[in-house]
Design a binder for this molecule. Structure first.
Ligand code: AMP
Ligand code: GLY
Length: 426
């Protein structure tokens, strides 16, 4: 098969790395990709927002499958447009991608189909949103409805913070994404990322992970896209997974079909495991980044076979097998992230790092004058496996320490929760 992979981050590098192990693969193209793809893919320059240009490329190169990494093209309807040209696409339709593209849509779906989630209100004007917040009190959570690059959520511990967040949203801090606001109950518990591969009717559990959203050690500092992850998430026991499927994922699949927009692609449920059980925080309609990197390290089966089954509505006949090992990834970011990252600093020592037994996925790199340089906020994902999270952590940091990049930084405590649990259990 010829495959076109869209996206440029560590998530896409991990997907390309895993697909390149498939005997089904003839040729992999990636757009825009990144230098880490190296020998596994040919990088092509396409304007991903120009769906007919992408379709024309697919026809010219006889592409058998397009795999869409990030959410923005999905929400913009790339899957629908390519399918209209007869091209097979892994990724949800525009209507199904509303699960990520509109938080209000998802909350209403939860209300309609009895899916456990935080209590909420949807508002399109400041006055009624303020009245709701004043009545409910803090702590409370304010969310811009649309895609805001992970920045549209405020966890307000005081009423003042909540009111300021509402004002910022309606003042246009998130552009059109904030024209509508979801206000919701503050949930407490442990968070987990739960993935399901979906074909419109069937959802196949596809791994669990735990992300580290804050930039600093000890979960301090501003939120980021994710500074590291490990898989599996210990809190997702078989019982919790079964409950999440029955109470959250399966009603979502039925609900979406019922609304005429069946979900096919990867459904990424952000869950809060509360005293009352799993509650949905949010959906994403794509793999997580960096969660995908740890999932791909543990997936034993052929990813292309599974993605094809999802596209062809054949998941009811499939299973996915996972390594018993734990996988852990440390994100190395450029100084300045999550604000404006410094670009262009030279990175050395990747071969030495890989010799520690780690897989190094590139997230934001470029080649400049023959040297590998930083070209984004999150730059490298240093990923390793081990019998325990603790062992994977040791291996990943041993590799991190071999990387010669003074302008980069990372958290030193990725996996701490699981490692503490392992120590307590030992
Ligand atoms: P989201 O972009 O919706 O994933 O939100 C970003 C982060 O905010 C989540 O990963 C949670 O840590 C936190 N969060 C979102 N909604 C809630 C909620 N209702 N209660 C507590 N924390 C939340
Ligand atoms: N790491 C969180 C996300 O991909 O949304």
């Amino acid at each position: 098969m010829n495959v076109l992979l869209l996206g440029s981050g560590g998530r896409e590098h991990a997907l390309g790395w895993k697909m390149s192990a498939s005997p089904l693969l003839t040729k992999l193209y990636a757009s825009p990709g990144n230098p880490g793809f190296g020998r596994v893919a040919e990088l092509v320059k396409l304007d991903i927002s120009d769906h007919s240009a992408v379709a024309a490329f697919c026809q010219e190169k006889k592409i058998d499958l397009v795999v869409v990494g990030p959410e923005a093209p999905l929400v913009a309807g790339i899957a629908d447009d390519l399918r209209a040209w007869g091209i097979r696409v892994f990724g949800p339709s525009k209507a199904a991608a509303r699960l990520e593209g509109s938080k209000g849509f998802t909350k209403d779906l939860c209300a309609k189909f009895n899916i456990p989630t935080a209590a909420y209100g949807r508002f399109s004007d400041l006055v009624s949103a303020k009245a709701y917040v004043e009545k409910t009190g803090a702590p409370i959570v304010i969310k811009a409805d649309g895609l805001a690059a992970g920045k549209g959520v405020t966890i307000a511990m005081t009423l003042e913070e909540a009111l300021a967040a509402l004002e910022a949203c309606f003042d246009g801090a998130f552009g059109a994404a904030g024209a509508e606001v979801v206000v919701e109950e503050y949930l407490t518990g442990e968070e987990a990322s739960f993935f399901c591969l979906c074909d419109g009717a069937t959802a196949l559990p596809f791994g669990t992970a735990q992300d580290h959203k804050r930039v600093g050690d000890g979960d301090t500092g501003p939120n980021t896209g994710g500074m590291g992850a490990y898989s599996p998430a210990p809190v997702m026991t078989p019982e919790m997974t079964e409950r999440s499927m029955r109470e959250i994922i399966e009603p979502t699949m039925r609900g979406m079909a019922n609304l005429g927009s069946p979900f096919a692609g990867i459904l990424f449920a952000g869950l809060m495991i509360t005293d009352q059980g799993p509650k949905l925080i949010e959906y994403n309609t794509r793999f997580g980044d960096p969660e995908c990197q740890v999932l791909m390290m543990r997936l034993k089966d052929d990813l292309l076979v599974l993605l094809n089954a999802a596209v062809d509505g054949q998941l009811a006949h499939m299973s996915a097998r996972w390594s018993d090992k734990a996988a852990l990834t440390v994100v190395m970011a450029a100084r300045g992230y999550p604000g404006t990252p410094e670009k262009g600093s030279v990175i050395r020592g990747l071969e030495e790092a890989a010799s520690e037994g780690a897989e190094i996925f590139h997230a934001g790199t470029a080649i400049n004058g023959g040297a590998l340089v930083a070209n984004g906020g999150r730059v490298l994902n240093v990923t390793a496996t081990g019998a325990t999270v603790g062992e994977a952590q040791k291996k990943a940091y041993a590799a991190v320490d071999r990387i010669d990049w003074p302008q980069g930084f990372c958290r030193r405590d990725i996996g701490w929760r699981a490692v503490e649990r392992e120590k307590a259990g030992a």
